[in-house]
Write a protein that binds this ligand. Structure first.
Ligand SMILES: Cc1cc2nc3c(=O)[nH]c(=O)nc-3n(C[C@H](O)[C@H](O)[C@H](O)COP(=O)(O)OP(=O)(O)OC[C@H]3O[C@@H](n4cnc5c(N)ncnc54)[C@H](O)[C@@H]3O)c2cc1C
Length: 462
């Protein structure tokens, strides 16, 4: 370890104690990677310290040391990100808040006060124990509150209540210079000046370290059902989505999936996918306060789907069946990962989803590659996978990616709907985002982080 880092390690030991400062490489391996596909995952730096504070005050003191010595700090959460956002790509300090994992539920306010190191799984369970509900489900329950907020996570079940931005009521965060901000709280209305809290949501660890958040919860839905609708054509499946939304029924989730990937994911988790008809399918999760309400929504959606050439629907009503379906759906990425080069997550307005799907089919034909697609169709957000060919990247990888991004932009969409820019998409961010917007973002970064110590090399090039 280099001199400056050694001095920092000594000072951090005096803040959080010997046991929580790790300098040996073999004990920090898990903190050097995230869930980005292996072929494109950025490499970690050589000289690193891993620090695990347990209090906001300790986070503040560590950041003061780093800012004084001009040492980069990389906040990490559950390391489930898909764009290399938390990877320590320069010599510096990895800051893990995993010991800060307490959650207190306030039933009167329908909120949870969660420390940043608590996981999505912890939050779902804490809400359930209080007879409340945290609806959002961005795939991997190992993601932490700090990471979910920093990436403005979305995922399954965002159709009815929105992405995590819609849940966050308050944030405690530490600036790279050590000052602690307390923004918002368990309030419904708050109009006091610029909304710094919403600026921090989605800032990918580049503006401050989130230490705590107040998260909105919902009453538990007494009844739910999961509907699977099979289609032979991608266009028919996708074309059903706006029709459902126009009908006035707002499901928790409308997911587009394909049978080959579902079977692969099911096998990966030792299960069987329950409906084998149809090449393309929609998974629709409905909730309500009575069995009748949910049942009549299922009926109404089935008849809308029939008009769009859907085959016979499967309705899962028991909790076990519904959990199994969500588990298989959530594991599509993990099952495909070994054979994957990249996963794109473009988002377009709902009424352009069919056009996007046609463009993807066109790109797939033009380059002779298979592009598995699935995703959050109810949010206009699709995951398009670029798979290896004979174990290697396809010959026209760059062109394929560019054409998918260009298709999304030309349809009024964006290059990423939920995974963010991180380290991987900096080139695309520069290419597809107007210069003035990037310039304003860079100026904001400098105001929050004058010495550029926080998560350097992410969002912006170094
Ligand atoms: C199987 C699978 C399915 C997924 N499905 C979805 C999905 O449906 N929707 C979706 O949106 N995402 C999905 N993801 C991506 C990922 O789970 C989310 O991006 C998640 O929000 C990342 O949280 P994390 O705690 O793992 O963050 P990390 O990966 O550890 O970090 C992500 C970013 O947050 C920053 N960060 C972490 N903690 C803090 C903190 N306390 N303060 C400041 N910055 C911090 C990091 O520096 C980094 O920039 C999926 C991932 C997997 C593996």
């Amino acid at each position: 370890m280099k001199g400056k880092l050694r001095r920092a390690a000594d000072r951090i030991r005096s803040i959080i104690g010997e046991d929580w400062v790790i300098t040996e490489r073999e004990y920090m391996e898990d903190y050097l990677r995230d869930e980005t596909p292996d072929a494109i995952r950025p490499s970690p730096a050589e000289n690193l310290i891993l620090a695990k504070p347990s209090l906001t005050k300790e986070v503040s003191e560590i950041l003061m040391v780093a800012n004084e010595l001009l040492i980069p700090v990389f906040p990490v959460g559950g390391r489930t990100g898909l764009v290399g956002g938390c990877i320590p790509t320069e010599d510096g300090i990895i800051l893990s808040l995993e010991r800060m994992n307490r959650i207190t539920v306030n039933r009167e306010n329908l909120t949870a006060l969660a420390e940043a190191g608590a996981t999505l799984g912890d939050l779902i369970r804490a809400a359930e124990e209080a007879d409340l509900f945290f609806p959002l489900h961005p795939g991997d329950e190992g993601a932490q509150i700090g990471g979910l907020i920093s990436t403005n996570a979305g995922g399954v079940r965002a159709v009815k209540y929105g992405v995590i931005r819609n849940y966050v009521r308050g944030i405690e965060a530490v600036l790279p210079t050590g000052e602690v901000l307390n923004l918002g709280g368990p309030l419904i209305k708050n109009n006091t000046g610029y909304d710094l809290m919403h600026l921090i949501i989605g800032s990918e660890g580049t503006l401050c370290v989130i230490t705590k958040a107040t998260i909105r919860l919902y009453p538990k839905s007494r009844f739910s059902a999961t509907l699977i609708l099979p289609y032979e054509s991608r266009a028919d499946a996708i074309g059903t989505v706006p029709k459902i939304l126009r009908s006035g029924i707002i499901p928790l989730a409308i997911e587009y999936v394909e049978i080959d990937e579902l079977n692969r994911a099911a096998e990966h988790v030792g299960e069987a996918w329950p409906l084998q008809s149809g090449r393309a399918q929609l998974i629709i999760i409905l909730s309500g306060s009575s069995e009748d309400e949910v049942y009549s929504a299922c009926e109404a959606i089935s008849s809308i789907a029939e008009e769009s050439n859907a085959g016979e629907a499967l309705i899962a009503e028991t909790r076990e069946e519904q959990d199994r379906i969500l588990k298989i759906r959530s594991n599509i990425y993990t099952a495909l990962k070994p054979d994957m080069i990249d996963i794109l997550d473009v988002a377009v307005p709902i009424n352009r989803l069919c056009d996007l799907m046609d463009r993807i089919d066109g790109i797939s034909k033009k380059y002779g590659v298979y592009l598995p697609v699935y995703g959050h169709a109810g949010d206009g957000n699709l995951h398009i996978h670029i798979m290896k060919e004979d174990g290697e990247a396809p010959a026209y990888l760059r062109e394929i990616k560019n054409e998918i991004y260009s298709a999304s932009i030309s349809l009024g969409g964006v290059i990423t709907g939920e995974h963010g820019i991180g380290k991987l998409r900096i080139g695309e961010f520069e290419r597809f985002i107007p210069e003035k917007e990037r310039e304003l973002m860079m100026k904001i970064k400098r105001i929050f982080d004058p010495n550029g110590i926080l998560n350097p090399g992410k969002l912006f090039p170094l």
